[in-house]
Design a binder for this molecule. Structure first.
Ligand code: VGL
Ligand code: ZN
Length: 197
């Protein structure tokens, strides 16, 4: 069984959004077109409380894209984005959300960011997606979405490390590319055994 895992195709990651990824909206039609070719379709939704610790606005004297040390490691500070219930957190209006078997939200714990669909950024606290995949007999996952160098990357590496066959469709992903993050992400994914298509 092969799942399509659609990462964070939300307004805030599309042009005009709070953390816009260049070309983020260009991938929506292609993702919709893929949905019928998979045994399962899972969407993720970045879903932060308004005072989330990944927001620069909650740290005195910090600006978006500064780095800080968190108990679980280095953390980029982001503009406020994907606040629970906001228009920015909603899926792109053209994404075929009706086709989704499961929508998994992440980043709801104020103290810790969660790039991966499988674990929070401590690499320990599970989201439950692994169990969902295993109980549905899914052994293979194709990842698409936003952003290639953050949430797609972390999700793909975790999928591969958990033993799922993991593929990333570059043509259906777009990157933030912050201080070499895209190069680093490509190395991490390749090193974990993720296949690019
Ligand atoms: C993401 C930064 C912060 C992503 C989410 O979806 O890649 N990036 N939150
Ligand atoms: Zn986020």
């Amino acid at each position: 069984m092969h799942a399509l895992l659609v990462i964070d195709v939300q307004n805030d990651f599309c042009p005009g959004g709070a953390l816009a990824v260049t070309g983020g909206d260009e991938i929506v039609a292609g993702i919709n077109a893929q949905m019928g070719h998979f045994d399962a379709v899972v969407l993720t939704q970045d879903w932060h409380p308004g005072d989330h610790s990944s927001f620069a606005s909650v740290h005195d004297g910090k600006e978006p894209y500064d780095m800080i040390d968190m108990p679980y490691g280095a953390q980029v500070l982001w503009p406020d984005h994907c606040v629970q219930g906001s228009e920015g957190a909603a899926f792109h209006r053209l994404l075929h959300t009706d086709r989704a078997d499961l929508i998994i939200r992440k980043g709801y714990n104020p103290a810790i960011d969660s790039y991966s669909a499988f674990f929070e950024n401590d690499h320990e606290t599970p989201t439950g997606l692994e169990g969902y995949f295993r109980t549905r007999g899914i052994s293979e996952v194709t990842l698409v979405g936003l952003a290639l160098d953050f949430c797609v990357n972390f999700s793909a590496v975790d999928a591969a490390q958990l033993g799922f066959k993991a593929h990333v469709r570059r043509d259906l992903s777009r990157a933030i590319d912050l201080n070499g993050s895209l190069d680093e992400a490509e190395k991490a994914m390749t090193g974990a055994g993720v296949k690019f298509e």
